[in-house]
Design a protein around this ligand. Structure first.
Ligand code: NAP
Ligand code: HSE
Length: 438
């Protein structure tokens, strides 16, 4: 990179792209003071160049942003210093990133879906060409977790990492809990506020959090955990009555992403969990994210901030851009020397041990509680608490069991067996219960 101006080529000028443009405009003098250079957007690749966009012009630059629908306007422009991929998806985004890296150009992206699936290949490509591939914005929005793991905590072995990593899901659960909104209304609001993915099923079915967890496992453990091996549950099965029961027991329901290392094996997953209301993660509401880490030297650390939205995510994109401008040496993308990273050594998901919440929908007749307790007992699942609510004559009633720690394998087998009983009116709803202090 040479010259006074740093010229960016943007793939995408939507929520995050316009967020970046706004920060570049608002903080232009500040950025110049830190870098001794001005950063401007030269060209932006979009689908619809006629769309009305809420974005400022480049400050201190004679030229407005050139909007194009032709990817060659980015790939073929030797003047661009950094290509910033903020379009999402896996096809054009892959073409833009891989071709830019091959051409020896630095890339910054917020595309966790692509990095979770093809990150190893793209990091190898970046290493081969000696260029940077920044992705701070792809995990937990504005929270600087990539930098923290690569640099601030580089000397630590991380035994457990627990996060709320999806702003949309957390916003929906918070709105359902605190304002009694229904799921669809809360989801629509998350979309309007720019938190949700273009395909919001990624948010509500847990895949977006899974993508981020895969990236965090690489950063924290230097291992490649295949996305297809990760157990993932979303929030679509969370019902208002579960939120109410959780409240009654002193918990909030959260979508949790977690990885733990025990005896050299990783156990990881994305799952709904009851989290104590007064615990750190129990208080993370709305579009906020949090990551709790335990490092062997540093001890516990928590990072908390906005996990989605234009400015928080633009802030993380800009941090990568400024890091690349500043950095004189070969970029350190994964945080590890050996690229591609080795495949993760994985603890089979059925070996997870956790406390559990079950809501059985039952036809209220004599012996039902004893039957359920019997199956749980045979599967080594010890009961801590039971609540049964009444219901009008003839309707099914919810019966909630909270258990002590049990093996996932035993829990799955117990649910299968109980759901076959004639007194069961609807499939059993099940959430984990997160242990303190998270
Ligand atoms: P968005 O609002 O939907 O914007 C996408 C932009 O890319 C739009 O400008 C769109 O053009 C352009 N685009 C999409 N596909 C294209 C194609 N094939 N060819 C040319 N242009 C194309 O998305 P976003 O919310 O900014 O998210 C962008 C990326 O950031 C995604 O990878 C997302 O996962 C990630 N991310 C988002 C957030 C967030 O809070 N939103 C946070 C972290 C990471 P038009 O404007 O013409 O439609
Ligand atoms: N859709 C994502 C979320 C955007 O809600 O967390 C931030 O990655």
């Amino acid at each position: 990179m040479s010259g006074e101006l740093i010229r960016l080529g943007l793939g995408g000028l939507g929520t995050v792209g316009t967020g970046l443009a706004k920060i570049l405009a608002a903080n232009a003098d500040w950025i110049e003071r830190r870098l001794g250079r001005r950063v401007v957007i030269k060209t932006a690749l979009v689908r619809d160049p006629d769309k009305v966009r809420d974005m400022p012009q480049n400050p201190h630059s004679p030229n407005p942003v050139h909007l194009t629908t032709n990817i060659q306007d980015l790939l073929g422009d030797p003047e661009l210093d950094i290509v910033v991929e903020l379009m999402g998806g896996k096809d054009t985004a892959y073409e833009l990133i891989s071709s830019s890296l091959r051409a020896g150009r630095h890339v910054v992206t917020a595309n966790k879906a692509l990095l979770a699936e093809r990150g190893n290949e793209l990091f190898a490509l970046a290493a081969e060409h000696g260029v940077g591939l920044g992705y701070e914005a792809s995990i937990a929005g504005g929270i600087p977790i990539v930098q923290t793991l690569k640099e601030g905590l580089a000397g630590n072995r991380i035994s457990v990492l627990t996060g709320i990593l999806n702003g949309t899901a957390n916003f929906i659960l918070s709105e359902m809990t605190t304002r009694g909104l229904d799921f669809q209304t809360a989801l629509r609001q998350a979309q309007v506020k720019g938190y949700a993915e273009a395909d919001p099923t990624l948010d509500i079915e847990g895949m977006d959090a899974a993508h981020k967890l895969i990236l965090l496992i690489r950063l924290a453990h230097g291992q490649d955990y295949p996305l297809t091996s990760l157990p993932v549950t979303g929030i679509t099965h969370v019902e208002p009555q579960d939120i109410a029961f959780a409240e009654e027991f002193g918990y909030r329901i959260k979508l949790i992403a977690q990885v733990r290392e025990t005896d050299g094996l990783l156990d990881a997953g994305v799952f709904t969990a009851l989290v104590r209301r007064e615990a750190i993660l129990g208080k993370v509401d709305g579009p906020f994210n949090a990551v709790l880490l335990d490092g062997d030297a540093v001890g516990p650390i928590m990072l908390y901030g906005q996990g989605a939205g234009d400015l928080p995510t633009g802030s993380a994109v800009l941090a990568d851009i400024m890091g690349l401008v500043r950095n004189g040496r070969a970029p350190d993308n994964t945080g590890f020397q050996n690229v591609p990273l080795p495949r993760a050594r994985i603890l089979a998901p059925e070996q997870f041990r956790s406390r559990h919440y079950f809501r059985f929908s039952v036809h209220d007749r004599p012996g039902v509680l004893a039957s359920i307790a019997g199956v749980l007992g045979q599967r080594n699942i010890s009961i801590a608490q039971v609540v049964q609510k009444g219901s009008p004559e003839g309707r099914s009633v919810p019966v909630v069991f909270v258990t002590h720690k049990a093996l996932a394998r035993d829990v799955q087998a117990a649910i299968r067996e109980i759901d076959q009983q004639s007194f069961i009116a609807a499939p059993t709803v099940h959430h984990r219960i997160l242990s303190s202090p998270a």
